[in-house]
Design a protein around this ligand. Sequence first.
Ligand code: CDP
Ligand code: CDP
Length: 208
Amino acid sequence: MIIAVDGPAASGKGTIAKALAVHFALPWLDTGLLYRAVGIGVLRAGGDPDNPNIALTACDFPDALLEDPALRSEGAGAYASRVSVHPEVRAALIERQKAFAAQPGGAVLDGRDIGTVIAPHADAKLFVTASPEIRAERRYRDESADNQDANHDAILADIIQRDKRDSERANAPLKRAEDADLLDTSDLTISAAVQRAIALVEARTGKR
Ligand code: CDP
Ligand code: CDP
């Protein structure tokens, strides 16, 4: 059983994907981490994320980088969004994601293009959203826990810009697959959102 979870920044898709993986006993891949690893590689090398050749050299990152807490910052997210525009970068990361989705028993993957490009034949697809203000508030709460300089308005502006870039790019843009169920988490607690997600997947797959 393959479950595809897509949506904009801080919509709650990671939290939901992880909970679905536990509930249905499936492995989970947060594909955004791969793009964040490339972004942070370029950032640390002082390179230009808008240059495809420079971004491509950062695709060959060590697995240990995926554990780096610096990947979680909105700064890394912005760089991830800029490097992910390049078809060369997307091509370099696609096999790893497809192989993860194809493992026996299935998998849960979350990102931007899982239901449209990585696993178009997924058994269940969720498109998770929430209003930009609520998403910025969530990210601000997360960031201000370890960064005293976290700025709510800057995070909101970053998220809006990132969603625009992710939705408007030519290659694998963020968009709801036609057969994806919409899940707006704006007014849902985490536990209510997870319950709703489980119910939607059960309805699509008949599995409990
Ligand atoms: O993966 P994505 O960036 O879409 O979001 P996330 O990391 O799952 O969630 C972003 C933040 O929102 C986390 O701190 C979640 O705990 C929180 N969240 C929430 O407050 N309410 C929800 N219904 C879902 C997530
Ligand atoms: O957690 P959040 O939604 O803030 O971001 P993420 O899922 O970690 O993704 C970071 C960036 O990587 C996104 O803004 C996208 O530009 C890119 N990305 C992508 O292009 N395709 C994916 N499947 C996942 C992420």
